[in-house]
Design a protein around this ligand. Structure first.
Ligand code: GAL
Length: 809
């Protein structure tokens, strides 16, 4: 796909050809500048830090996005508690000094924050711009009236994450998403000022309805006109150019212009082919272009049917999704686009096609990636309403802020083709109330807000999917959202005749990557009592899919039901990735979750391959566990496979039997006495070998291997390479219980973080070393803003250092 700048150039050229004689392009219409660089930071409160004159030269210099919690030490005594990730919170101050040229006097300037966790106050030159309590919402302030043109200006931001617990998972602290400085003319498209929908789509044509909100702060007189253009991915104009009725300049007014464009033979957006158009809105003052605003557009249609489930562009399919929190493992909550993209690539390769942004609005980059990579998003607003879940959470701000926050989420996110469903809340306390109808009224109010702004379906994620649940009983939901209760899915229509179903949250299977306990075919229900953490040596959970909490299921149990019934439109598994906090079934010393199909470092657990064998067409054969056990011990060997009729297992060359999945089986299993050597599995279809997999008894660690996920990265100071370390024996076999401490040195770049996926480790993610966990470790490396090579060296006691070289281009 061509880059945005190349696209815009092509678009400008096309328009210039069309209007070259009359239109002047000399005027710079709108700039959106990355405002992340060169901030000063102070951890702890400082009096008068909002004042321009306050000295900050001794404060730390850093670039945003920034999460100070992830830099701290794990402790069970941190007020976040292990549920919140056991890292510190507190108060932090950020300041940035910048100049605006005198020539900008005729412009309007804004600062856009994508997200600050939480309770942010912002000042410009000592003037208080506002307070936002919600840590997940994006917001803007206008700077123009308070700026010193041609001289220094100071933005000060106070972030207060000191009242804890305020979250059931790790939140991070700070300006953890991007910040932008936006400059426009006095006549310009408003903040989140376009709304693009496709009221009619079929194979022959699509109607594209475009609403443009124009903010007119110029003096009275001439007419303002707008033209809207649609380009395909090759930059070819496919529709548009017509003039939308003029709005008269009046000074300080907002007018909404509406037009409908036709795209013939539209290339439809789907999860396998996420084709994107661009919609360019141009505002003219007379014959001058005063603003240009670009949106991506995905043309698609979809339906949730009570009986037949979900279909996209007329084709029935299931939403095969995962829930994820916003942290990026060892990077904490500081948003990094490449880290998000890597997560989505790993999920895509598993066959996943959906994301639930549990339980809050995500970083805007996540939705951009989902548009581009083909994911169906359930965009969720809240984890609580008026009733608290933790003492200091958003319930304290509900009355004053929920309307504004929900509207802002909708305004920001409703142009994304990847957004298919709005969720107005997760496991909301008000669902249970028997005596008052507050839950019903709030549900109706929230759904009303959403409906007044968009027509996509509305749901809520209910842990009590009964008819008495106030959210369901409110009648305000388009889709009845079930959290768990897979044993009830088949009877959904007995309870809710004619209604539409979505599994908003499922499963909650528990696993530690690389750790196995036999027998594998007995289910552990951990913790046995839902509100009391399990106390158990080692804080590990077996990676056979045989552990679940009281409210959840194993992965296989839910998927077996889900695949059976058409009316089940889709599911969102708890969770795609392990996340910081909520260390069910344990508590401290655990500090991160066990729910992920993929661990915190991004290494898939075995269950990943069950989904891959079911959700993708590519041939899969995955056998586990490892083959290093005490002689004589009875071991269960599982295989996930597809595209084959059978799997035969051999131990040291001798067949131990052929197994076939029968009925609704999702794996096969052999139980045999361990003897060292080679375990080999062969999958066959019609007698022909499809795949072969071998696992050998590994010897002592003899070498380390480094593999970079990408060896060419962008020299933009943001792009990352994720380097996997594998501890191997002399023959190249992974040593399954290797725990060697690996130390990294990086020349020409920066070591950003280290991890190993162990939920019990208390080492800092910011150290230059990490212990391997079940043979694997991870280093995350960032390039500089200059072109050059980056040399990453890994050393461990007694073994030869290993180097991997990356290029920043
Ligand atoms: C759900 C809840 C999630 C998470 C999960 C753990 O009930 O919605 O946020 O707590 O349980 O199993």
């Amino acid at each position: 796909m061509q880059s945005l700048s190349a696209f815009l150039k092509t678009a400008a050229a096309v328009i210039a050809v069309l209007f070259c004689s009359t239109i002047c392009f000399a005027q710079q219409a709108r700039t959106v500048a990355d405002f992340d660089k060169g901030w000063r930071f102070h951890l702890g409160d400082v009096s008068n830090a909002e004042k321009m004159t306050t000295a900050d030269k001794n404060w730390r210099i850093l670039n945003l996005p920034h999460d100070w919690s992830i830099e701290g030490q794990f402790s069970k005594d941190n007020p976040a508690t292990p549920e919140g990730g056991a890292l510190p919170g507190g108060i932090g101050w950020y300041r940035k000094t910048f100049t605006v040229p005198a020539s900008a006097k005729s412009k309007k300037l804004y600062i856009d924050f994508d997200g600050v966790y939480q309770h942010s106050d912002v000042w410009i030159n000592g003037h208080h711009l506002g307070f936002r309590p919600n840590g997940y919402i994006s917001f803007r302030y206008e700077l123009t009236p308070y700026l010193n043109f041609g001289r220094a200006n100071v933005i000060a931001v106070k972030v207060n994450n000191s009242e804890q617990p305020n979250s059931r998972w790790y939140s991070g602290s700070g300006i953890y998403r991007n910040v932008w400085l936006v400059t426009t003319n006095k006549i310009a498209i408003d903040h989140w000022g376009t709304y693009i929908t496709t009221p009619q789509v079929n194979n022959e044509f699509a109607d594209v309805a475009v609403e443009v909100k124009i903010n007119n702060a110029a003096a009275a007189n001439a007419g303002v006109t707008t033209r809207v253009y649609i380009y395909n991915t090759d930059g070819k104009l496919v529709s548009g150019g017509g003039t939308v009725p003029p709005a008269t300049k009046q000074g300080d007014t907002v007018s909404i212009l509406k037009t409908t464009l036709k795209v013939n033979n539209p290339h439809l957006w789907s999860v396998d082919d996420p084709y994107l158009y661009k919609v360019v809105s141009k505002v003219f003052d007379g014959d001058k272009v005063v603003d240009t605003y670009t949106n991506t557009l995905g043309i698609r249609y979809f339906n949730f049917d009570a009986d037949k489930g979900f279909s996209l562009n007329g084709k029935p399919m299931k939403i095969l999704g995962v829930c994820d929190h916003h942290d990026l493992g060892s990077l904490g909550s500081a948003i990094n686009t490449r880290a998000l993209e890597r997560q989505l690539q790993i999920l895509k390769a598993m066959g996943c096609n959906g994301i639930r942004t549990s339980h809050n609005p995500p970083a805007p980059e996540l939705l951009d990636l989902c548009d581009r990579m083909g994911f169906i998003v359930m965009d969720e607003a809240f984890d609580m309403w008026k009733m608290q879940k933790t003492k200091y959470d958003y319930h304290l701000y509900w009355d004053e802020w929920h309307k504004r926050d929900l509207q802002d989420q909708l305004l920001r996110d409703r142009n994304h083709p990847s957004v298919f469903v709005w969720s107005i809340g997760n496991e909301i306390g008000e669902q249970y109330s028997k005596t008052d109808t507050a839950g019903r009224n709030i549900a109706r109010e929230l759904a009303g807000i959403v409906r007044s702004m968009d027509n996509r379906p509305i749901t809520s994620a209910n842990n009590d999917p009964g008819t008495a649940n106030n959210l369901i009983a409110s009648g305000a939901l388009d889709l009845i959202g079930y959290n768990y209760h897979e044993f009830d899915y088949a009877k959904f229509h007995e309870r809710f005749p004619g209604k539409k179903f979505i599994a908003t949250e499922t499963t909650s299977g528990l696993e530690t990557r690389g750790y196995y306990e036999m027998p594998s075919d007995s289910i552990r229900i951990w913790p046995p009592q839902w509100d009391k953490p399990l106390i158990r040596e080692g804080n590990n959970v077996s990676a056979y899919d045989n552990t679940r909490p009281t409210w959840g299921s194993t992965h296989e149990a839910t998927w077996k039901v889900m695949k059976k019934y058409d009316h089940l439109s889709g599911m969102f598994i708890w969770t795609g990735f392990d996340y910081l906090g909520e260390p069910t079934p344990y508590t401290w010393p655990s500090r991160s979750s066990y729910f992920g199909i993929i661990d915190l470092a991004g290494f898939p657990k075995d269950i990943y391959y069950m989904y891959q064998s079911e959700w993708t067409a590519k041939p899969v054969l995955h056998i586990f566990p490892h083959w290093n056990w005490e002689p004589g011990k009875m071991i269960d060997i599982w295989a996930y496979y597809n595209n084959a009729d059978e799997v035969e297992l051999y131990l040291n060359g001798k067949s131990v039997g052929i197994k076939k999945k029968t009925g609704d089986d999702l794996h096969v299993m052999w139980r045999l006495k361990f003897e060292p050597g080679t375990l080999k599995a062969v999958s066959r279809k019609n007698g022909k070998v499809v795949l072969t997999k071998e696992i050998k008894t590994a010897g002592a660690p003899a070498k380390i291997e480094l593999t970079a996920d990408r060896s060419n990265i962008k020299a933009d100071g943001k792009d990352l390479s994720f380097i996997t370390v594998r501890v191997l024996d002399k023959d190249g076999n992974l040593v399954p219980n290797a725990a060697n401490r690996i130390k990294f040195t990086v020349l020409g770049g920066t070591l950003v973080s280290v991890d190993n996926g162990n939920p019990v480790s208390h080492d800092s993610f910011r150290a230059n070393n990490v212990k391997a966990f079940h043979g694997l470790a991870l280093a995350v490396v960032k390039g500089r803003e200059t072109v050059g090579s980056i040399r990453v060296t890994a050393t461990t006691a007694g073994l030869k250092p290993v180097v991997v070289t990356l290029n920043a281009k």
